[in-house]
Design a protein around this ligand. Structure first.
Ligand SMILES: *[C@@H]1O[C@H](CO)[C@@H](O)[C@H](O)[C@H]1NC(C)=O
Length: 208
């Protein structure tokens, strides 16, 4: 059902198609990467990053390190990590997807919010290959010099997801009037709503 709807959207409105696939990817990545942490073991890796080897939530954390380059392993690939948190650095360019996949074969998502010099045109080609959370489509970028200390990388990813969810609902509501295809749209909303709830329960966030 959702797939049908996305095909309809593709034909009708390119911006909507972009939003839908981005939102879908974000939901996909959080389901894989942000599930509650059981046990965890953290080791130093890459250029000052921390590789967190928890069973359910293997993540590479490189947030707030002042990195001006996208970190890549010097020798062997870093296998088994699902998420790369790069929030609040000074990264300008993102390597080609082939390079990212060779370096991090199991990666399901990247968070590059709060990199003010990032060239957003590099992200366009990545979106179909790997979900990326960024400020590129956002009028209010992450304020790295004024971070909420109680909100870690996981919380920031959730906040971004919530914003995308609100945008999606808003867009669907506006489009519903135009298309007069309420059944399809309701089904799509239900699907997103169910996925979103699952994710929130998974990370123990039960608020609205
Ligand atoms: C961003 O990247 C594109 C494509 O590689 C390039 O053409 C453009 O000049 C870059 N923009 C900036 C501001 O560096």
């Amino acid at each position: 059902m959702l797939y049908n709807m996305i095909n309809v959207c593709r034909r009708r409105d390119f911006r909507f198609q972009r939003m839908t696939s981005t939102t879908r990817e974000a939901l996909f990545l959080v389901i894989f990467s942000l599930i509650a942490t059981a046990s965890s073991r953290t080791i130093p890796c890459l250029d000052g990053c921390k590789c967190d080897l928890s069973e359910d939530d293997p993540v590479i954390r490189c947030d707030e390190l002042g990195l001006d380059r996208f970190p890549l392993p010097h020798s062997s690939p870093l296998k088994g990590f699902h998420f790369l948190a790069l929030t609040c650095n000074d990264i300008e360019t993102i390597p080609a997807i082939s390079m990212i996949k060779a370096s991090f074969p199991d990666l399901q998502g990247i968070d590059v919010q709060g990199n003010t010099r990032l060239n957003c045109s590099h992200l366009a080609s990545l979106h179909s290959e790997i979900p990326v959370l960024s400020d590129c489509d956002n009028e209010k970028p992450l304020q790295c010099d004024n971070l909420d200390k109680s909100c870690d990388w996981k919380c920031r990813a959730l906040a971004k997801l919530k914003e995308m969810w609100a945008q999606f609902k808003d867009l669907v509501n506006r489009k519903a009037k135009e298309w007069q295809a309420e059944e399809t749209i309701e089904a799509a909303k239900d699907w997103f709503s169910a996925q979103f709830k699952k994710f929130k329960v998974a990370i123990g966030d039960l608020s609205d």
